[in-house]
Structure formats: structure tokens, C-alpha cells
Design a protein around this ligand. Structure first.
Ligand code: FAD
Length: 317
């Protein structure tokens, strides 16, 4: 079922979450068992992130270069199938521009359609660690809006090769990312919103936000989205801070601010356990306010660890 249908059928804020594929060499069974307790809160959908392949080159004594794949988290599509089979809920794969040319995207969408996926989150992806800025594949997409256009085009029977005979068409519901604190490459919020609007104008039907720790930033973002004339649901992304390391890693990686009252509490913590307690309490207060504001769903960035999300959901739902 489409995310937009889940949202419009709901009479209260829904619970949903995102997981990462396990590291190569780790079992899917552990991941699925790990998230099982979260089924208590009846998530209608679970997002599965996509991690692009990156390469390093090793120089051999003969001077030739060996190309080594460093893909650490394969399996997005397989995990979606496993989630749908095991829990009978929708799985939403993240689909990137980066690492795909249009033909590969088309083929990936056919695979997703054949396994019964109804929704995709269309993203540009980040630059590979070895590159300073995002570079598309040859004949790939530069921006998520172009990916949205391709997916919606396929929904309308438009394939890359005009001779393709179509006796059926896909019907994906497409979500996109939004940034309450602005995407880090955008010179201004107005600039970023212009291109968010482009994604919706091209057919995206809902927005999932980057994590934020100050609800005011989400509320102001939704106001701006509405002022820009967009009426699609804006699902807030929630991430409880659970370790000392995340206090500096999250702002650095995701270009966001931690509010002073949260930092005041975190600075008193000496251990991961203390940080986790503060992080969970902060997220509970955030979520209670968001539920009161009738947001469509609380979408948790679990990083595949369920315990903090479970503790929050238990208090909020
Ligand atoms: P875009 O919407 O394409 O925007 C990228 C930048 O380009 C923005 O600054 C925008 O303002 C600008 N821009 C857009 N269009 C134009 C244009 N026509 N001309 C000029 N500038 C333009 N990454 C992963 O690798 N895997 C994941 O699974 C993943 N999941 C995510 C889930 C969510 C909810 C979020 C918020 C992010 C996720 N990311 C993921 C990270 C994401 O790939 C990065 O944030 C990436 O840098 C931007 O992706 P986007 O889809 O927002 O890009």
C-alpha cells in the first residue's frame, strides 16, 4: 500500500522507522529479530537505507591497479522483501542517483515492482568519500528531482527505450528528503526550498525530514513548505542521541544544531548510558509535542538499534 494511503487512512500520528542493512558478513536474522519488538507499535512501513558502492585501488608490484569494492552494506532490496514477508508491512527502499545510470535505475525499479514494493524514497546520495562533491554516473541523475521524474515517468509507462512494449505499468508512491536546517550544500533555505518544490512538482507525494532536535525548526520548515505552495505530508525524522560519540558526530555529519538545553544536560553525562538516558528523555518530549501537533508519523532513525526507539515509543504511543 502507498505511504500516502497509510497516512490518509490514519486518524492519529503513525509510528515508522528506518534501518540500515547489516554490515557485510553480519546476519539479516539478527537485524530482523532486533526490530521485532518495534512491531508492537504497528508501523505501517519501514524504510531501508541504500549504501552506494565505493572503490579503492591497490597498486600491484607490476604497476597495475586492482579495483576493490568497499561496499559495506549491501542488501537493501533483499531486506525489503524479507521485511514484507516476515512482518506483512510495507518496506520502503531508498533509491539513489549516485552509483546508478538511468538504465540501472529502470532495472532496479522493475525488480522492486516485481517483489511487491509500492513506495520508494528518492535521494541524490552524497559524494563518495574520495570525492569532494557529488558526481553523477555517466547518463545518471544529478539531482533527486530527476530521479523522481524517471520514477513517475515509469508509472506513466515511459521507459528509456521507446520500443519497450508496456502491457503494465508501475505505480510507485515517491517520497523525498527535506531539511529543516537546510541541506548543507544549499546557499540558503529559500534556494533549498525551491528545489524541494521541484521534487514535489515532478511528482513526489511526501517528504521525510532530516533529523532535528529542536521542534521549532520542524514547525518553521513546515510553514515554509506550505508558503511555497506544497501540501504534501512532511514526516518528521527523530533520532535519539545514544552515545557520547554522537554528540559531536551527528552535528558534524548531518549539519544540524543541538539546542542549548539539550547540550546542558548532555555535558553533565560521563558515560554512554547517561547520554542515552538524556537522549531518550529529550526525544520523548520532542515526540509528545509533535504528536500534539498532529504530525503524520514519527519516523525514527534507529541505526538498526531498537532499544532507544522502543523506550520512546512506549511512552508516546
Ligand atoms: P537533492 O534533493 O538532489 O538536493 C541536493 C542539493 O542540491 C541541495 O542542496 C539542493 O538544494 C540542491 N539542488 C537540488 N536540485 C538542484 C538544481 N536543479 N540545481 C541546483 N541545485 C539543486 N543517503 C544515502 O546515501 N543513502 C540513504 O539511504 C539515505 N537516506 C536518507 C533519508 C533521508 C530522510 C534523508 C534526509 C537523507 C538521506 N540520505 C541518504 C542522505 C542524502 O542522500 C544526502 O543528504 C544528499 O546530500 C542529498 O540528497 P537529496 O535527495 O536531498 O538531494
Amino acid at each position: 500500500m502507498k505511504i500516502t494511503e497509510h497516512l490518509s487512512n490514519a486518524d492519529k500520528t503513525l509510528f515508522s522507522f528506518e534501518i540500515l542493512p547489516p554490515l557485510k558478513g553480519q546476519s539479516l536474522k539478527d537485524l530482523l529479530e532486533g526490530i521485532e519488538p518495534l512491531m508492537e507499535f504497528k508501523p505501517p512501513f519501514v524504510d531501508v537505507t541504500y549504501h552506494r558502492e565505493e572503490f579503492i585501488y591497490k597498486k600491484h608490484p607490476n604497476g597495475l591497479l586492482e579495483k576493490i569494492s568497499t561496499k559495506k552494506r549491501p542488501g537493501t532490496v533483499g531486506i525489503c522483501a524479507a521485511i514484507m514477508n516476515k512482518f506483512h508491512i510495507d518496506a520502503v527502499p531508498h533509491l539513489l542517483c549516485g552509483g546508478f545510470n538511468k538504465e540501472e535505475t529502470e532495472n532496479a525499479l522493475i525488480d522492486l515492482n516485481f517483489i511487491g514494493v509500492d513506495n520508494v524514497l528518492a535521494l541524490r546520495g552524497d559524494a563518495p568519500k574520495t570525492e569532494g562533491k557529488f558526481v553523477p554516473e555517466l547518463d545518471g541523475h544529478h539531482y533527486a528531482s530527476e530521479l523522481v521524474e524517471q520514477i513517475v515517468g515509469m508509472n506513466n509507462g515511459k521507459y528509456l527505450h521507446e520500443e519497450t512494449e508496456t502491457s503494465f505499468h508501475t505505480d510507485f508512491c515517491v517520497g523525498v528528503a527535506g531539511y529543516p536546517e537546510k541541506h548543507f550544500e544549499a546557499p540558503s533555505m529559500k534556494f533549498d526550498l525551491k528545489y524541494l518544490k521541484e521534487k514535489v512538482d515532478k511528482g513526489a507525494e511526501y517528504i521525510v525530514t532530516q533529523m532535528f532536535f529542536d521542534n521549532q525548526k520542524y514547525f518553521e520548515f513546515v510553514d515554509k513548505v506550505r508558503e511555497a505552495g506544497l501540501d504534501v505530508p512532511v514526516i518528521p525524522g527523530i533520532k535519539p542521541i545514544t552515545s557520547v560519540n554522537q554528540i559531536t558526530m551527528l552535528p558534524r555529519t548531518f549539519f544540524l544544531d543541538l539546542p542549548d538545553p539539550l547540550m546542558d544536560e548532555l555535558e553533565k553525562c560521563k558515560t554512554n548510558a547517561e547520554v542515552k538516558e538524556v537522549g531518550i528523555e529529550w526525544a520523548i518530549q520532542q515526540c509528545k509535542e509533535l504528536v500534539k501537533a498532529n504530525v503524520p508519523s514519527l519516523h525514527f532513525y534507529t541505526m538498526s538499534k531498537a532499544s532507544a526507539t522502543y523506550a520512546i515509543a512506549k511512552e508516546v504511543f
